[in-house]
Each structure stands twice: as structure tokens, then as C-alpha cells.
Design a protein around this ligand. Structure first.
Ligand code: NAD
Length: 492
């Protein structure tokens, strides 16, 4: 099946195509038309043109398109979930979770169509009215990664659209088919031509042309820190607004009073769910030295039983990694671990035997005796690899937790409410969980992180409304005279 770009309400074919394949089997998922500079320019131009009408469409009416889209998503959830699993590799339950997140954000933002609250505050002057209202920014270029193929595009498109912006989405090449399926549903809903546009192709080509287009006002990027910073440098120099959601090096803290069985369940899910390819995945466990050996033996016993395989097989616990490049990168990091003094407890191997022959499979891997400054404890590996670090108390745990270049998600297992509150106060990541793993964001709350993870913006919840809008402050003076703020009401 060939998938096309979507420009001004029409499917646009190009001569050059690239293949999207199943990372578990190597089978073709679809052929995608690569958008060149011409198609990118057409997409941005049509978004610019459509902006004039869409920004004036009442927000509750804009929201009705989202509501219908949410209903379509629900009807097609099973079909979409399978595509996500086939193309990205995550197990089917998680594929369904990806689509459910798309449904959730679509309905949430549909509800915003009748809110989009501004401020209405008293003026200091008599007979004067003061308020601040939200305005759309304009044409938004949305650049997304492969690990949440439907959810992340929706996390960006829905707030942008309900606010009256128009969009050009460029998904990761590895998961362009899943994104194309979302756009097909948006086409079915019948958004006015040009409001939603879709271009596929490599980041350095298609993406790079898109972010530089003079008619793009805002760039919303989710992906690696290296690419995000490069995009921000270029875009900022061109005077564009940029929001970035980037890497993570997330930790679960386990105190000596924590529930070790619960912590074990949570670590396994947060570290090896989605094959460790979540920006919030747990890649470090900071465990109190008194309970370390107990926790490690529980983890090891369970990790060894995890079944690696095709995500479509209901017996699979851990699916493949996304591509050959990512597989090689994970293995490179794993080889560094022992050289730095870490002890490999399990995993550490690429699997290419039997059923694994045609896919990209990596065994769930646990390192012990990891020190906080080691490379495997500092850099984002983005695979099923977790590092165990021993800590002597809560202060050290929090210090180590905060001491990386990233600041996305953290978690603490403790039964002591005082320790939980100290951790909630002193942890410096954007997301903190208490007695739960590092993953599991809900769409009604802000999502994002500090340091190398972001640039101060957040996705989802009310924070996303801020990311995709401008404030306009309006004063209406009905006194019939010139009233000077800060002067006329005060004796000099
Ligand atoms: P990536 O940075 O390689 O690519 C992300 C997107 O940027 C892709 O669409 C890619 O084509 C595009 N791109 C690449 N170079 C570009 C350029 N020069 N100009 C314009 N666009 C360009 O990331 P990835 O490998 O797709 O995803 C994995 C990364 O995403 C991890 O670092 C992960 O932590 C991060 N991530 C972060 C979050 C978050 O919310 N913080 C969520 C999911 C993933």
C-alpha cells in the first residue's frame, strides 16, 4: 500500500518513496511518498491560506471536528492499534494504549473549545475594562518521533487546531504509516482544506526544509536532544517560536522502607515496557544499600522470564527495537558498561536466532555496581537497559537522581510520607511519581521536563494551550477621557 502526503485537503503523490517495515519481521508495512522542497512549500502555503478562515471559525465549532475525530478513533481503535504494533513494534496492548492516548487528548481538547479561558481582571482606573484573550500563533510545523506514532502527533495537533492554528505534521520516517492513518481519519472528518497538512520524509531533508520555511510561525518538536537543539538554533535565528520535548535519563528510587514487590513490578514495566523506548522509561534504579541485594534478586528472577518477540503475539512481553541503527547503538552502550566497571547481570545480547532472525531484538539487560557518573548512568540509551546504583540515604538518592543532563521523570518507592514529600519537593524533573514507575502520563496534566529534556514548554493539559497560543491583552476605556495608568490615581 502506498501512502501519500496530504496537502490542502488532497492526497499528493511524489516520485520518490521510502519503505516502512515491521521491526519484528522485516515485512513491508507500507511505501511512503517522500515530500521534497516543493511539496513542503505547498503544504506550508496551504496552511497559511487556511489560517485566515480557521482562526475566525468559532472555537466550539473547531472543537466539533475534534469530537468527530475522537469518535472515529474509537471506532477504528483495533485497526489502528495493530498498525502501531506492526510498524513500531510495541506489544499490542501498548499499541492500543498509544491510540487510547490519541483519543484522550482529542476529546480533552474538544472540550477546550468551550473553555480556552483567558483573564478578565479589574482595571485600576474607573470606567475601564481589562482582559487578556488567547490568539492562535499561525502555521505550526509539528515534528514527531517514532516511539508514540499516533499519540505524539495528536498531542500536538489537537491543542494547535482547537486554538485556531493550522498545522503541517512531519512524522518520523520509521512510523509514517501510523501517522498517515491518523491523517486519513482527519480527512474523513472533513477539516477545511489546508487546516491539516502532512508531509513525510527524512528529518535532515523534509524536516529541515519545513522548519526554515518563512511562513512557519511555530515549531513543536519531540525527539532527541541533539536534533532538538539543532532545530532550536536554526529556528530561533529565524525568529520562530520553538517548543522542544527531548530525551530522558529517568530513575526509580527505592528506599529501604519501600514495598519491594511493588517496586519490582514497576521497574520491570518502566524499564522494559515499550522495550525501553519511552522518553520516560526507567534506565536507572537508585536503591538503598540495605535492600539492594533483595531487590536485585527479585528483578533478576523476573527479567529473565520476560518473553521477547513479535508484539502481535499475545505471549510477548518485550517487542523489538525500532531499527538496525538503534539496535547497534544499544549494544554499543552495553559494551561500554563492563569497561567502566559495571557488572552485567542479565541480557546484553542482540538476538538473531530462530524467530528473531528478521527483526531487531535485544534482551532485557540489567547492570549492577553502576556508579552515578558512568556513561550508562548518564546518557540516554533508549533501549531495554537498566542500571542499578546503590545509595546510602534519601539525600544521596535525590542528588544522584537530579545529577544528569536530562530532567524528565522520576519516581520514589517509600512508605514514609515525610520522605515522599521531601522527594516531591527536591526532585528537579518535570514529572515525579510516588509508589509508581516513571511512565504513565495522563493527558489532562502537563508533560515535559527540565534541563536537556525541554526548553520550558510543556505538552498536554492546560500547558499545551499555552504552547500553541499568544496572549492578547485588551483595555477598553469608556470614561471618555485620557486616563493615565500609574499616574492619575496617585499623588505625585
Ligand atoms: P530524532 O531526534 O532522531 O527525530 C525526531 C524527529 O525529528 C523525526 O521526525 C526526524 O525525522 C526529525 N528530524 C531529524 N533531524 C531533523 C532536522 N535536521 N530538521 C528537522 N527535523 C529533523 O528522534 P527519534 O529517534 O525519532 O526519537 C527518539 C527520541 O525522542 C529520544 O531521545 C526520546 O527521548 C525522545 N522523545 C522525547 C519525548 C518527550 O516528550 N520528551 C517523547 C518521545 C520521544
Amino acid at each position: 500500500m502506498n501512502y501519500k502526503n496530504y496537502i490542502n485537503g488532497k492526497w499528493v503523490k511524489t516520485g520518490k518513496t521510502f519503505a516502512s517495515t515491521n521491526p519484528a519481521t522485516g515485512e513491508l508495512v507500507g511505501k511512503c511518498c517522500e515530500a521534497g522542497p516543493r511539496e513542503v512549500a505547498m503544504a506550508v502555503k496551504s496552511a497559511r491560506k487556511a489560517f485566515a478562515g480557521w482562526r475566525l471559525t468559532p472555537a466550539p465549532k473547531r472543537a466539533e471536528y475534534l469530537l468527530r475525530l475522537g469518535q472515529l478513533f474509537e471506532q477504528r481503535k483495533n485497526e489502528l492499534s495493530r498498525i502501531v504494533t506492526q510498524e513500531m513494534g510495541k506489544v499490542l496492548k501498548e499499541g492500543a494504549g498509544d491510540v487510547q492516548e490519541s483519543i484522550d487528548i482529542t476529546y480533552y481538547m474538544a472540550g477546550e473549545g468551550r473553555r480556552l479561558f483567558g483573564h478578565n481582571v479589574p482595571s485600576e482606573l474607573a470606567n475601564k475594562f481589562a482582559m487578556a484573550v488567547r490568539e492562535p500563533v499561525g502555521v505550526c510545523a509539528l515534528i514527531t518521533p517514532w516511539n508514540f506514532p499516533t499519540a505524539i502527533p495528536c498531542w500536538k495537533m489537537m491543542p494547535a487546531l482547537v486554538l485556531g492554528n493550522t498545522v503541517v505534521l512531519k512524522p518520523a520516517s520509521d512510523t509514517s504509516v501510523s501517522a498517515a492513518k491518523v491523517i486519513q481519519l482527519m480527512d474523513e472528518v472533513g477539516f477545511p482544506p489546508g487546516v491539516v497538512n502532512f508531509v513525510m520524509g527524512p528529518g535532515e531533508k523534509t524536516g529541515n526544509v519545513l522548519i526554515k520555511d518563512p511562513d512557519v510561525d511555530l515549531i513543536s518538536f519531540t525527539g532527541s536532544t541533539v536534533v532538538g537543539r539543532k532545530i532550536a538554533t536554526t529556528a530561533t535565528s529565524l525568529g520562530k517560536r520553538v517548543s522542544l520535548e527531548m530525551g530522558g535519563k529517568n530513575a526509580i528510587i527505592v528506599m529501604d522502607d519501600g514495598d519491594l514487590d511493588l517496586a519490582t513490578d514497576a521497574i520491570l514495566w518502566a524499564a522494559f515496557g515499550t522495550t525501553g523506548q519511552r522518553c520516560t522509561a526507567c534506565s536507572r534504579v537508585l536503591v538503598h544499600h540495605r535492600v539492594k541485594s533483595k531487590l536485585v534478586s527479585k528483578l533478576l528472577e523476573r527479567a529473565k522470564k520476560l518473553r521477547l518477540g513479535d508484539g502481535l503475539n499475545p505471549k510477548t512481553d518485550v517487542g523489538p527495537v525500532i531499527n538496525a541503527g538503534q539496535l547497534a547503538r544499544i549494544h554499543r552502550y552495553v559494551k561500554i558498561g563492563p569497561r567502566e566497571g559495571a557488572k552485567l547481570l542479565c541480557g546484553g545480547r542482540i538476538r538473531s536466532d530462530g524467530d528473531y532472525k528478521k527483526g531487531y531484538f535485544y534482551e532485557p539487560t540489567i547492570f549492577d555496581n553502576v556508579k552515578p557518573k558512568m556513561c550508562i548512568a548518564q546518557e540516554e540509551i533508549f533501549g531495554p537497559v537498566v542500571a542499578i546504583i546503590s545509595v546510602k540515604d534519601l539525600d544521596e538518592a535525590i542528588r544522584v537522581n537530579n545529577d544528569t543532563a536530562y530532567g524528565l521523570s522520576s519516581s520514589i518507592f517509600t512508605r514514609d510520607v515525610n520522605k515522599a514529600y521531601r522527594a516531591m519537593r527536591d526532585i528537579t524533573t518535570g514529572i515525579v511519581y510516588v509508589n509508581a514507575g516513571t511512565t504513565g502520563a495522563e493527558v489532562q496534566l502537563p508533560f515535559g521536563g527540565t534541563r536537556g529534556t525541554g526548553n520550558g514548554h510543556r505538552e498536554a493539559g492546560q500547558a499545551a494551550i499555552d504552547s500553541f497560543s499568544e496572549w492578547k491583552t485588551i483595555y477598553v476605556d469608556y470614561s471618555g477621557k485620557v486616563q493615565r495608568a500609574q499616574i492619575d490615581n496617585y499623588d505625585s
